[in-house]
Ligand binder design. Structure first.
Ligand code: SF4
Length: 219
């Protein structure tokens, strides 16, 4: 399966199925922002990463323009990544509590991180056709990650993508909700974006509870 995942990842990195997003990520990578102006941005679609035997899968929305699109790894180098890394470390799914750049010491343990869309979208809002275009990658990834038992969906878009993929109907996104579907336990949470964490919509305790639940299922 490792070889197949590598092939999938090569395909993702080369993908240009969404002209709007392909153009946007290149533009962001060229223009940059002042605080990262000396850095070389990744500026390409992002693959998932982690332990290929993982039992825990996190599905995010998409890479952040100046986070993953800059560093080349999802949830790396932005505030959402800080929350993800810290909680995964706390529950034994990561080696260190920070994820800042591809060459840091952050590695996932029994966990894998991916996203519904692999290119950073403007305003973090992918179009429906872009979600559709990218869904085949998530499908293939889920098939190749054969040991996954718990799927944590970060935000409504990730949750809806997961439901479409697994043909789950009639279930609405609710923070903290979990249910069994086939071999999976699916848990939904608000996305750990600044808009949610800085406004108190997602508290650290609520965030911990999600991973405490995931851990309990896997123990
Ligand atoms: S969002 Fe997905 S399908 Fe669209 S260009 Fe990026 S990798 Fe390809």
């Amino acid at each position: 399966m490792k070889g197949s995942l590598e092939n999938l990842n090569k395909k993702i990195i080369r993908c240009k199925k969404c002209p709007r997003l392909s153009s946007y990520i290149r533009t962001v990578a060229t223009k940059k922002v002042k605080r990262f102006s000396s850095q070389k941005y990744w500026g390409k679609p992002l693959t998932g990463f982690g332990d290929i035997n993982a039992k825990l899968l996190l599905i995010g929305l998409a890479p952040a323009a100046h986070g993953g699109n800059r560093t080349g790894r999802m949830f790396t180098g932005d505030s959402s990544g800080d929350w993800v890394a810290k909680v995964l470390y706390e529950y034994g799914f990561a080696t260190v509590p920070f994820s800042r750049e591809v060459n840091d010491k952050f590695a996932l343990i029994n966990a894998y991180i991916t996203a519904a869309v692999r290119c950073a979208p403007p305003q973090n809002k992918p179009l429906k056709e872009e979600l559709d275009n990218c869904s085949s990658y998530l499908k293939e990834e889920l098939f190749l990650l054969g040991n996954v038992r718990v799927i944590v969906c970060l935000g409504k878009i990730a949750f809806d993508s997961c439901c479409r993929l697994l043909q789950i109907k009639g279930v609405k996104f609710v923070h903290g909700k979990s249910f069994v579907h086939g071999k999976y336990v699916i848990i939904s949470t608000y996305h750990p974006s600044k808009q949610n964490t800085q406004t108190g919509r997602l508290t650290w305790k609520q965030w911990q509870d999600i991973f405490s639940k995931a851990k309990a299922v896997l123990n």
